[in-house]
Design a protein around this ligand. Structure first.
Ligand code: ADP
Ligand code: MG
Length: 245
């Protein structure tokens, strides 16, 4: 009903606002962490010279507590952002080949900088699917970013597309480091990351979006050889009505 729709829109704009605030809090928290560390370092240097070492120790303890609290706040925000459900997909008839070409064009610069050779089938003749362009862009972006991050400069990224009666498939094959056998089952878990600056949320989001599209993601990998990520989208004419939001 119209009322429901207005209520939904209200809720999602509030969530969007809250997400924005939570996101903005990240910067001051970062700055706080950095300055606390600076103060701590300075203090330690002073402590070497001053006779009042015990007092300096007490201040250093307080700083450590502040650092821990800042970290806790940061964790709360991250969890909050993760808990906010994305908006239901706005499904429209989409050619995934064309969408892929757009995403690749956007990432071209970074791919070239890293000397990654890309071979992609971006056929405009691919069978249409029902997709939320923004969300699927996010999926492609995350999958390509992971491939890039797994490769040293000078790798290959091959993207193949095909369709059968049921679905459209995209396979992203990289020549990167691959994934350890024991990590394969944990890829979609929130916060699972093997990267120093990673968040471990990318694949979780990708999986959620694929599910909401009635599709699937599969990952195969051999350590040292590379990884293949396969996305499966049901064809427009095969989409089960029930899956529509
Ligand atoms: P993040 O990229 O922040 O670490 P993701 O959820 O995107 O989080 O990925 C989780 C983990 O899955 C990565 O840290 C990495 O270990 C592994 N992974 C994902 N894609 C690839 C890939 N193409 N090659 C190797 N490892 C990958
Ligand atoms: Mg990632």
């Amino acid at each position: 009903s119209t009322e429901e729709r207005i209520e939904n829109e209200r809720t999602s704009s509030i969530l969007l606002l809250a997400a924005g605030v939570a996101h903005e809090l990240g910067n001051p928290l970062n700055s706080l962490t950095i300055h606390l560390q600076l103060i701590n370092r300075k203090l330690r240097r002073l402590a070497g010279e001053a006779p009042a070492a015990r007092e300096v120790d007490a201040v250093a303890d307080s700083i450590r507590i502040c650092e821990a609290e800042v970290k806790r706040l940061d964790g709360i925000i991250t969890h909050f952002l993760e808990a906010i459900r994305p908006q239901p997909p706005d499904l429209r008839e989409t050619n995934l080949g064309e969408l892929l070409a757009e995403v690749l064009a956007f990432q071209q610069r970074e791919l070239a900088d890293r000397e990654i050779e890309v071979e992609a089938e971006t056929s405009a003749g691919l069978a249409p699917v029902m997709a939320d362009r923004n969300q699927v862009t996010q999926v492609f972006f995350n999958v390509i970013k992971n491939a890039v991050e797994a490769m040293p400069p000078g790798g290959h990224l091959r993207i193949k597309t095909h369709a059968d009666d049921e679905a459209v498939y995209l396979a992203f094959a990289d020549s990167g480091a691959g994934i350890k056998q024991e990590d394969l089952t944990r890829l979609f878990q929130p916060y699972h990351t093997t990267k120093a600056g990673g968040h471990g949320l990318g694949l979780m989001v990708v999986q959620r979006i694929m599910r909401e599209h009635g599709g699937q993601i599969g990952i195969e990998s051999k350590e040292g050889l590379g990884t293949v990520v396969t996305l499966r989208f049901p064809r427009k004419d095969r989409r089960i009505r029930m899956l529509a939001p």
